[in-house]
Design a protein. Structure first.
Length: 115
């Protein structure tokens, strides 16, 4: 399942109005550093191994293999104390739940962990 909130869709459509060449939004995974992997959006063109979703005349692209791992995906738009912006919710967090750095991965000895 792939869903997009009405506000996110309208804001993306407005952004795409000024684009000449690329008119599709790709959902892709980044490494993320300390935070771990997360999903982001970028302008791109369709590839043969993409799942294609059209919502309110906006085309979204996701690699089939990625979509199978993280589905469902929901794109929203938030108004929070941290500001305005898009949100991408998926099962990616559930996949990474058990991936954490232990104290021995960060410190030479677990006794060195500051309390």
């Amino acid at each position: 399942m792939f869903t997009v909130s009405e506000e996110a869709s309208e804001r993306i459509k407005k952004f795409l109005e000024g684009q000449e060449a690329l008119k599709s939004i790709r959902i892709l995974m980044t490494e993320g550093g300390w935070r771990g992997p997360y999903l982001v959006m970028a302008l791109d063109k369709q590839q043969p191994d993409d799942e294609v979703f059209v919502d309110r005349d906006v085309t979204f692209l996701v690699k089939k293999t990625l979509f199978e791992k993280v589905k469902p995906i929901h794109i929203g738009y938030t108004h929070s104390t941290l500001g305005l912006g898009y949100t991408i919710e998926s099962n990616l967090g559930k996949l990474a739940e058990n991936v954490m750095a232990g104290c021995s991965d960060i410190y030479a000895n677990c006794k060195d962990v500051p309390v």
